[in-house]
Ligand binder design. Structure first.
Ligand SMILES: Cc1cc2nc3c(=O)[nH]c(=O)nc-3n(C[C@H](O)[C@H](O)[C@H](O)COP(=O)(O)O)c2cc1C
Length: 235
């Protein structure tokens, strides 16, 4: 029998990995079904195999469920601090949007509100939907990610790979996620609940659980620009 060429993936493996990547989407309504702690540990363990410059592994994760998850939600929602006045410790978005990013941002916003039947001027309903972030869209597990503030941009690059691994490992187990930068501006509210030190910056949160497929917000499917729009092949 010919030995299998190790550089040539089995079709099965390609399909499985590609499916895990492309079936990941941001889910914004979850079922209450619990995720066993052993599964969460497994997801985090496998995700920690993300590469990082000089293997620094710059991540720290606060995994919350039950009462603690609710205390995080309450600390934010009861603070009375509206998103437009809350300040994160890093800038996720540009100060002023420009093309092609502005159009993409608007498209996803309108599509989400469209599924929810929220009109373009219905600010109260938009706020209510934004606040759904803070209950982790009812997911049974809410994670808060932090990074040591002395670390540099390179470590933030590493961090993204770690976060993506979590979302893909979750898919492999039938789970869904939503990464949530919405938590970053509320770091002062979250810190005392989780014991996050002043040495750490809150990077983002993430909801983890089983999708509630009956909810309209989960009908949202985003698009991607074709490869030739952003890849340059030089021969
Ligand atoms: C780091 C990060 C933070 C995000 N923060 C939020 C958030 O706070 N709330 C939210 O509803 N979606 C959030 N998203 C989801 C994006 O809106 C979503 O990834 C994008 O629209 C593409 O859609 P998809 O994830 O379904 O492919 C975030 C995504 C990333 C990568």
């Amino acid at each position: 029998m010919l030995a299998r060429d190790k550089n040539k993936p089995l079709l099965d493996e390609t399909a499985t990995v590609d499916e895990a990547i492309t079936s990941r989407r941001s889910v914004r309504a979850f079922l209450p079904d619990a995720v066993p702690e052993s599964m969460i540990r497994e997801i985090l363990d496998v995700s920690s195999w993300a590469p990082s410059g000089t293997n620094m592994q710059p991540w720290r994760v606060y995994v919350t469920s039950g009462e603690t998850r609710e205390r995080v939600s309450r600390a934010i929602l009861d603070s009375g601090l509206r998103a437009e006045h809350a300040r994160g410790e890093y800038k996720y978005y540009p100060d002023k949007f420009f093309e092609p990013y502005y159009a993409r941002r608007r498209a996803v916003g309108y599509a989400l509100y469209g599924h929810l039947g929220i009109g373009k001027r219905d600010v109260d309903q938009m706020r209510a939907q934004h606040d759904r972030n803070f209950v982790f869209f009812d997911a049974p597990v809410g994670m808060i990610f932090t990074i040591d503030r002395r670390l540099n941009q390179g470590s933030w690059v590493d961090y993204g790979m770690f976060l993506q691994n979590i979302m893909i490992a979750a898919r492999a187990r039938g789970l869904h996620t939503c990464p949530q930068a919405a938590f970053a501006p509320y770091h002062q509210q979250i810190r005392p609940v989780l014991g996050i030190t002043d040495d750490e910056i809150v990077v983002c949160g993430m909801a983890l659980g089983y999708e509630d497929a009956s909810k309209p917000e989960n009908r949202l499917r985003t698009e991607r620009a074709p490869v030739d729009d952003w890849a340059v092949f030089s021969r």
